[in-house]
Design a protein around this ligand. Structure first.
Ligand SMILES: *Cc1c(COP(=O)(O)O)cnc(C)c1O
Length: 479
């Protein structure tokens, strides 16, 4: 497709603004650019068509099935957008006095209360802007706690090898040494290895549950007990809460703090780097360290306060407020009945699709069923046909399906991680299953067709390493 610079015609444009009738500001010559900026010259219709064309080159939940494992690409209800766009929310200034923004403070306060109830925590900060940012904040809480007790020898964070990749990265960023704990044959944490790893240098454990294999660790109470007995704290990566919300609470499993991904579990749109929200909740003994400002309600009014030993801000102002509005709208729409139902249907949909594929594709670890997602291991398909997980993922694009997450978790070699979410109908799941099985057949009968996929998209197989290492983000002018 043509870029804006390629659509440009000299002299074309939109002269909406009247001529300037105030004297122009005068700058010193050394502050002025030598040549005028090169801007594309376009009419409004040129511009409109460019962005419309661009929007059609991508794939969103609105286009079709999006089973991107670990990302919970559920449908984003439109009512949430309408509420987040209300001028009383969208036109607030972050520095206006709290008395004039009582509704916004109420949104933060009520969301915190509901999420504390869902997680079994007592207090929460809405500041972190994403899941990984929440992890980092939670680890700072753990650090503040040990430091406040003068317990400075606790420098290690235990991270099971089935954790999300952001976990070890966040622990390292927060200044801890990461100790990897292996999985057992069932895909859960190896308890003997955990017992051997804990000690007086253990600051805590970070656990993703359900883990990246889509499994709920049946030893969870034993895991938190072992870590607590050694003097460490337990951090719950709650980004996969979609599987258990309304049914099981991290607080009841013995965890001391948790982050949530509002943009996954509670439906605000995400992807492409769009705004997220990763609130961090904790038990009462950690609340004094939470970032400020938080919101309290006293004498019929909401106001901000900063906890006594706050670790400081982790982000400007109050986090991604509009994302929180959407999450609250979602929480109130679903209510006490709908929240656990959404989790049940997420788990049902994942199991339904997994069972439809299980006769052909090998599953990484799900003899007793999966939670909200499942991981296929395509090693055998690759051996038999030469078709890889990447090939299957690319072939799905030809049918308008977003590929599952590829080559993750790292403990499975030819991994495809599939998370259908609860918002997909049985027809969509049946259709997707038919396509997966068709691709299985193609892999055996015409592997080159699959190796060459996608055949229908504007871009097929970009060189991802070069794209990441040497991104071209500037238009290369001829002269
Ligand atoms: C998505 C995810 C994260 C990271 O969340 P971001 O918002 O992408 O930073 C962490 N843990 C798990 C299990 C996740 O699925």
């Amino acid at each position: 497709m043509q870029l804006l610079f390629e659509r440009s015609h000299p002299g074309r444009g939109m002269e909406y603004l009247p001529p300037c009738d105030t004297p122009p500001a005068v700058f010193d010559a050394d502050m002025l650019r030598a040549q005028p900026p090169r801007l594309p010259e376009l009419s409004e219709v040129d511009l409109d068509r460019h962005y419309t064309e661009l929007s059609k080159q991508t794939h969103g939940v609105n286009d079709g099935f999006y089973p991107l494992g670990s990302c919970t690409m559920k449908y984003n209800p439109r009512v949430n957008e309408a509420l987040a766009a209300l001028p009383g929310f969208s036109e607030l200034h972050p520095l206006q006095p709290a008395e004039t923004a009582q509704g916004a403070l109420e949104v933060l306060f009520r969301t915190e209360k509901l999420l504390c109830e869902i997680t079994g925590m007592t207090g929460m900060t809405m500041q972190p802007a994403a899941g990984a940012h929440g992890e980092y904040t939670g680890l700072l809480l753990i650090r503040s706690y040990h430091k406040s007790r003068g317990d400075t020898a606790r420098t290690k964070i235990l991270v099971p090898d089935s954790a999300h990749g952001t976990n070890p990265a966040s622990a390292a960023m927060a200044g801890f040494t990461v100790v990897s704990v292996p999985s057992n044959a069932q895909g859960g944490v190896d308890l003997d290895a955990l017992k051997a790893a804990v000690g007086p240098d253990t600051a805590g454990l970070m656990l993703t549950n359900p883990n990246t294999l889509g499994l709920f660790d049946p030893n969870i109470l034993e895991i938190t007990r072992i870590v607590h007995e050694a003097g460490g704290l337990c951090y719950y990566d709650g980004a996969n809460l979609n599987a258990v919300m309304g049914h099981a609470r991290p607080g009841d499993m013995g965890f001391d703090c948790v982050h949530l991904n509002l943009h996954k579990t509670f439906s605000p749109p995400h992807g492409g780097g769009g705004p997220g929200s990763g609130p961090v909740g904790c038990k009462a003994f950690l609340e004094q360290f939470l970032p400020g400002p938080r919101v309290k309600y006293e004498d019929n009014r909401y106001s901000f306060f900063t906890p006594e030993h706050s670790l400081g801000r982790v982000r400007g102002f109050y986090g991604n407020f509009a994302v929180v509005v959407r999450a609250l709208a979602y929480l109130l729409t679903l209510g006490r009945q709908g929240i656990p139902e959404a989790a049940e249907n997420a788990v049902l949909n994942a199991n339904y699709l997994m069972h439809k594929l299980a006769g052909h594709y090998d599953m990484a670890c799900c003899e007793n069923g999966c939670m909200h997602e499942f991981v296929m291991d395509l090693s055998r398909l690759k051996e038999e046909t030469g078709v890889t997980a990447m090939d299957v993922a690319k072939r799905l694009l030809d049918f308008g399906i977003h590929p599952p997450t590829m080559y993750f978790p790292l403990i499975v070699h030819e991994a495809l991680m599939v998370e259908p979410t609860e918002t997909e109908s049985v027809e969509t799941l049946d259709h997707a299953a038919d396509l997966f099985l068709q691709i299985w057949q193609e892999a055996h009968e015409q592997p080159d067709l699959v190796h060459g996929a996608p055949h229908t998209t504007p871009i097929g197989r970009p060189d991802e390493v070069t794209a990441a290492r040497k991104p071209v983000v500037r238009y290369a002018f001829e002269s």
